[in-house]
Write a protein of this length. Sequence first.
Length: 524
Amino acid sequence: MDKKQAPEKTPVNLLLEISREVTAALDLHTVLERVLVLSTGSIGAERASLIVLDDRRKPIDAAIMVDGKIIAHRSDQLQATIENGLAGWVLREGKPALIQDTSKDPRWLRRQDDAPDKSGAKSVICLPLLQRESLVGILTIVNPEPNSITQDDFDLLKGVADLCGSAIGNSRLFESLQAANRRYRELFDDSIDPIFITDMEGEILEANRQASGVTGYQPVELIGRSLFDLQTRDRTVIQEEQSHLSTGMTAAFESKMVLRNGSLMPVMVHIRRENIDDVDMMQWMFRDLSERKELDRLRDDLSAMIYHDLRSPLANVISSLDIMLATHQDQNLPDASLIQIAYRSAERMQRLISALLDISRLEAGQSILKPQIAEARNLIQEALEVVKPNIDSKMQSTSLVLPNESIFLYVDVDMIRRVLINLTENANKYTPNGAAIQLGCVQNEDMAELWVRDSGPGIPAESARSIFDKYVRLQAENAPKGLGLGLAFCRLAVEAHGGKIWVESNRGQGSRFVMTLPLAKETL
């Protein structure tokens, strides 16, 4: 019985074998060696080299074979090869080169054994390796005999070069992905902040070492747990924010992390939407705010002490000015107006200091209200009277929108009076000379609605909420200077009464600041 013969080593079979080899091996150096072994064996080559180039066309790896064996190489040898000789010409021209007799072509860089009394002239083919029109390497194959490379050999090696270029490109991409993955893992695991990867429903898919260390849970205990159980912010609010995030976008908010022992740690949470393998996921990073919160508390305590200590001497200044003003008015002296200016300025300082102290106490959750029954009309008129000198100096007009029947409030009178003064002063600052300011009040079910309307430039919709935060001021041209604490005090004071405060505004049409306050259950 005849033995089955092995298939003939045709060019097609060779290309198929090379294709299988280079696609099966993702390691770059393995790809280089396999290509040389297979391609040189097909044409009986004496030696060959395959040099890989980076994006700057500098050699980054190579395989060199002599007499069927892979030999070592140095980086300076590779650099010299691509700077001179035939490989250098191919690098510069980007075209293949075929030399049938190396003794007759000046592009060939002759070696000592190329002398006629030694191995003599040879035939060489040098091919650029391309991936998507980018030069990624150079393949050089040397045959020991001149005029020994046929057109079929050239076509075959051109096909090898095409396969090799793609294989090198894939190997470089694979190595880049591996390097990127290593960097990501290092950043992920070595981060000083807890980091979680979850699905869009909040189920934890992955957590770094710090997440385990901070929460007190073992890594295996975190996987599958809902992240919403590890922080205190409302789940529906977070999911609403998630729904507005596009891939790669981030959002941040303050919350508290729930640790295994039941304690709470203040944190700043950064969430980022990612798409991995066409699956939407969320990355959560928790930054510990404990030290910052403690620093804020110490700073607030110091500030509160300073504000408290300033009130007493300032009260004495105001009392002294009040006595001086009364004396000068009785004597009808001309410098009484100067004392009035000093008196109003001292009063304004006193309101500012009181507001700062109240902000500190209200943010700390202290109950500082001393509510009593007060008539809304009187509070509005008192606020307007305080600001009237500034209003008159800008020749602004004022109007009151008040109901026929009295509206009685149950509020801390001094605090709400300061809120109204603050809003009226703001209206005075932003309203142009000669324009109108309006104050009003109306009963709305079980609450009273008070407002101050100006004729200023208006407030952008995106700033309508943030202006009630501390230290926030509109970045408008020619805007009045200040610390950005007045509206923060107004918000805290109104909310302490169980009410709300907001602004209704359109660009160029002024702003209307509105607040709701509780009605008195029994009138005077």
